[in-house]
Design a protein around this ligand. Structure first.
Ligand code: EPS
Length: 396
């Protein structure tokens, strides 16, 4: 199993992740992790905090001479902003009169209200510090390790944004092998240049109004073998695991696989992906082929060998500079919601986090199916399975 825990507050000293289940012998260095951390920090519409932070990972355990030892891997991402928060976020008790005023007016749509009620906090900082999307830096760092494992088996995970604030991107005719690279060149991670300008204008307009924007991103995984996940129990399904992983990202309110909700509107003849069998020709081996990929790469809770295509919808960020009505939880007086420095739109960053969560689920399913304590052992199991698939696919 590939599993992990994270810890850390948004304005505390650091964020930490401990990962278990990385096979021994896998080459891991900080550099590819830092590449992913930098990608998450980009995107048009982010706030002043990203100018302060320049996220990098320190590896504190599990790696020797650039190779995994099979022991837990600890990653630390330090918060540069901590220097400005040593009193407000002091671990030690503060002296008389040193404590900052309590924040008591929850933002509608944020974790403020639910967290304060559940944990019995009087100061909503005790809730917002951990519920903050700052923690997605650790998810991306863990996802970077998952990607290193997946790359050993030729699996890649990319993303692009398909909608921000209702401005839709037409990416239907773009080759899935190119969509990630095209998005990488765009400040709003869109593969369609026409939509890019309209989206940037929409973000600027929202900022001017003191408002925020959500949107939808798509994650695509290529190179998956058929057979990850299972229909045998509810919690073994690949699509269920992916949905849970994506829904765990702050502000995600919806997930769809393939044509998703669209499949509910049309008859089965227009939904299901017909099978064909292509005979061997030249260099190409005989293979099964599908007429379409409306299923988005999963059938029966199992990967079917087609590209995995999954979308997630993000609501607008809950911190609005033009504050919504709220209530002071102590005095019960109606007042504007708390407003703190924030992003206007974080959908491009959320797409990078989405890639990480998908990579984590896929790495876990690869570990489950192919096992092994070392990368060599895992590869031998993978090769043996692929050989049986090749026999089942070959012409009779
Ligand atoms: C966040 C609020 C902002 C964002 C933060 C998430 O932080 P701050 O209050 O320090 O300005 O910048 O995101 C990050 C710091 C990050 O690295 O993504 C929130 O409340 O969720």
């Amino acid at each position: 199993m590939f599993r992990f825990l994270t810890a850390g507050e948004s304005h505390g000293p650091a964020l930490t992740a401990v990962i278990e289940g990385v096979p021994a012998g896998l080459t891991i260095t900080a550099e590819p992790i830092n590449v992913q951390l930098k990608r998450r920090q980009g995107g048009y519409g982010r706030g002043a905090r990203q100018k302060i932070e320049s996220d990098t990972a320190e590896i504190l355990s599990g790696i020797r001479f650039g190779q995994a030892m099979g022991s837990p891997i600890t990653l630390v991402v330090r918060n540069r902003d901590w220097a400005n928060w040593t009193v407000k976020m002091s671990v030690e008790p503060l002296g008389e009169g040193e404590a900052p005023p309590e924040i008591t007016v929850p933002r509608p749509g944020h974790a403020d209200f639910t967290g304060m009620m559940k944990f019995g906090h009087d100061d909503l900082r005790n809730t917002l510090e951990r519920s903050s999307a700052r923690n997605t830096a650790t998810l991306v760092a863990v996802g970077a390790v998952a990607r290193i494992l997946l790359a050993e088996f030729g699996i890649s995970v990319v993303s692009h944004v398909v909608n921000i604030g209702g401005v839709k991107v037409n990416a239907d005719n773009i080759d899935l092998r190119q969509v990630g690279a095209l998005a990488e060149d765009s400040p709003v991670r869109v593969a369609d240049k026409d939509a890019e300008a309209a989206i940037i204008a929409a973000i600027d307009a929202a900022k001017y109004r003191g408002d925020t924007l959500g949107g939808t991103f798509e994650v695509v995984a290529l190179g998956l073998p058929v057979g990850l996940g299972s229909y045998t129990q509810w919690d073994t399904r690949i699509d269920g695991k992916l949905a849970q992983a994506l829904m765990s990202i702050q502000a995600i309110k919806g997930v769809e696989v393939g044509i998703g909700f669209g499949a509910a509107d049309v008859p089965g003849s227009q939904v299901h992906d017909a099978f064909y069998y292509d005979q061997a020709e030249g260099e190409e081996a005989a293979h099964f082929r599908r007429g379409s990929n409306n299923a988005g790469g999963t059938e029966g809770g199992i990967s079917n060998g087609e590209p995995l295509v999954i979308r997630a919808a993000m609501k607008p960020i809950a911190t609005l500079m033009k504050q919504l009505p709220s209530v002071n939880l102590q005095t019960k007086e109606g007042v504007p919601a708390f407003a703190e420095r924030s992003d206007v739109c974080a959908v491009p960053a959320a797409a990078v986090v989405g890639e990480a969560m998908v990579a984590i689920v896929l790495a876990d399913l690869m570990r489950e199916k192919f096992g092994g304590d070392s990368i060599q052992e895992m590869r031998a199991n993978y090769d043996s399975y692929q050989a049986t698939i090749a026999v089942r696919t070959a012409q009779k």
